[in-house]
Design a protein around this ligand. Structure first.
Ligand code: MF3
Ligand code: CO
Ligand code: CO
Length: 266
């Protein structure tokens, strides 16, 4: 499938929806508290999205029942908000996707609930840095494999692993479009990036092995095969002539996720 090149008008529409998604993630960070349920996160995201005049893309997407994915601890992705209470030491990835005027914006972050264990901090900070290193590869003429290799080399060097079964994706009028953006691979391989492409990078990083299982009951929830922690961060990106524009960039640090390391120093 050919990868779409967005027109200047489409790029402007992507900027708008991605900014809204980023603002909703900031709102989640401001409201998250120990003792809340993942259903509370769903309500915050749902209401904030509608207040912007946007729509939550996950709701009813291929039968997904809620407005956001909430993935706690060993849940890798696609966790369904429910009565699960967030407890001190948990980590939770909140994955927000908006639709606005026909275009999608997709972004996620992992948040600390209370004080994280050393393991929880490690897997979360490795996932964040993995996304940053992937983004740093993006420019016209680079290859998709350059992104995957940069992420894989770093994550494995930190003693963690990269999930293989789920990948980043082209995004625009479609939620999930070509190309597939693997978070592992070889430099100098894969499709060449061209200015005007929009896609996500969203590495899922496991503290243990990369194998995952999909819940046989709800058919959505993805867990680590070994029950160890998993963390993820996601941005929607635009390839430009000179490099990359992070369409879901935030206007300030994300409360409960970014710039919190200092709080935990003994
Ligand atoms: N937001 C996820 C992604 O990054 C996809 C969620 S699909 C859903 O691609 F149906 F679970 F919402
Ligand atoms: Co995505
Ligand atoms: Co997402």
């Amino acid at each position: 499938m050919p990868v779409e090149i967005k027109s200047p008008k489409e790029i402007e529409a992507m900027r708008v929806v991605c900014r809204l998604a980023a603002e909703t993630l900031l709102e989640v960070g401001d409201k998250l508290r120990t003792g809340m349920t993942t259903a509370d996160i769903d309500r915050i995201v749902h209401e904030h999205t509608l207040s912007q005049g946007a729509r939550p893309a996950p709701l009813h997407y291929k039968g997904f029942p809620r407005s956001v994915c909430t993935s706690v601890n060993e849940i890798v992705c696609h966790g369904i908000p429910d009565a699960t209470v967030l407890r001190n030491g948990d980590i939770v990835n909140v994955d927000v996707t908006h639709v606005y005027e026909g275009f999608h914006g997709d972004t996620s972050a992992t948040f600390y609930i209370g004080t994280p264990s050393a393991d929880a901090r490690h897997v979360t900070e490795v996932a964040r840095r993995a996304l940053d290193l992937g983004i740093a590869e993006v420019r016209e003429g680079a290859r998709l494999g350059d992104i995957g290799a940069a992420i894989q080399e770093y994550v494995e060097g930190e003693g963690c692993s990269v999930v293989r079964d789920f990948v980043g994706h082209g995004i625009g009028r479609k939620f999930h479009d070509a190309p597939q953006v693997k978070h592992y691979g070889k430099r100098g391989t894969g499709e060449r990036l061209r200015a005007g492409m929009t896609f996500t990078i969203e590495p899922m990083v496991n503290l243990g092995g990369w194998e995952v299982d999909v819940d046989t009951g709800d058919k959505w929830t993805v867990r680590t095969g070994d029950g160890k922690l998993s963390a993820q961060f996601e941005h929607t990106l635009l390839v430009t002539r000179t490099g990359v524009e992070i369409l879901t960039a935030r206007s300030r640090a994300l409360r409960g996720s970014e710039n919190v390391a200092a709080l935990f120093v003994a």
